[in-house]
Design a protein around this ligand. Structure first.
Ligand code: PRP
Length: 211
């Protein structure tokens, strides 16, 4: 079976993704979850793992440095990379929403929207027929309406705790998000055996956990 390099997202998806691989029977190093290493090997499985920032996972996969990767649908929509999305892992469920301060009157002239997702936000408001100015931020998006940088935000809502603790409310649901298994198009052909095997094993776990 061909060796595989897998790009994994650090942070909130990581633990669920590792757990899923272990449930699929992969023998991963014990200290994998705790280590700060950015490159790790699972020799028993002929696998190498790249631990990347979630939004960079599709970049590693598109460039073929990683054969496969695990990435949130939010990141895939925003990055719009040339990768194949082969399986919905149904993990790290959350949704993308428009949120803001309750009762705030939108600036009708050029409403400002702060977000980590400028592509998704632009498309959403274009479809809604609303002209907005998008302000790109890299994190702590909820701060923007509180300090007057933007009236509304487009961001991920998971437990809803960040919005609640900062006095914000959801205004529009954009779409549900889950994590996906993605594949480099060249690897898909050249390492067909190993990729098919990985996909089938993960699919079995998805189906078992969903039933
Ligand atoms: C994400 C997102 C929200 C928060 C939502 O941020 O941007 O801020 O999580 O989660 P919750 O609904 O469970 O509170 P993340 O923690 O990834 O960090 P960031 O603010 O740096 O983007």
């Amino acid at each position: 079976m061909s060796a595989l390099t897998i790009a994994m997202p650090k942070g909130r998806i990581f633990n669920e993704a590792i757990e899923m691989l272990r449930s699929a029977g992969y023998d991963l190093p014990e200290d994998f979850d705790l280590s700060r290493k950015l490159l790790a090997k699972a020799p028993a499985e002929n696998m190498t793992f790249i631990l990347a920032k979630p939004s960079d996972v599709p970049v590693y996969v598109e460039h073929g440095v990683a054969d496969v990767g695990i990435a949130g649908k939010d990141v895939l929509l925003e990055e719009n990379r040339n990768v194949y999305e082969v399986l919905d892992l149904l993990i790290s469920r959350c949704h993308l929403s428009v949120a803001g301060l309750p009762g705030a009157t939108p600036d009708l002239f050029a409403p400002k929207i702060a977000t980590k997702y400028p592509r998704i936000a632009s498309e959403f408001f274009r479809e809604q027929g609303e002209q907005v100015e998008i302000i790109k931020l890299n994190g702590s998006i909820e701060l923007a309406p509180m300090v007057g940088l933007a009236e509304r935000i487009v961001d991920i809502v998971s437990t809803g705790r960040t919005l609640k603790e900062n006095g914000l409310v959801e205004m529009q649901h954009i779409r549900d998000i889950t994590s996906r298994l993605i594949v480099n198009p060249v690897s898909y052909r050249l390492k067909d055996d190993a990729i098919r095997h990985l996909t089938e094993r993960l699919k079995t776990v998805v189906e078992k956990e969903g039933s």
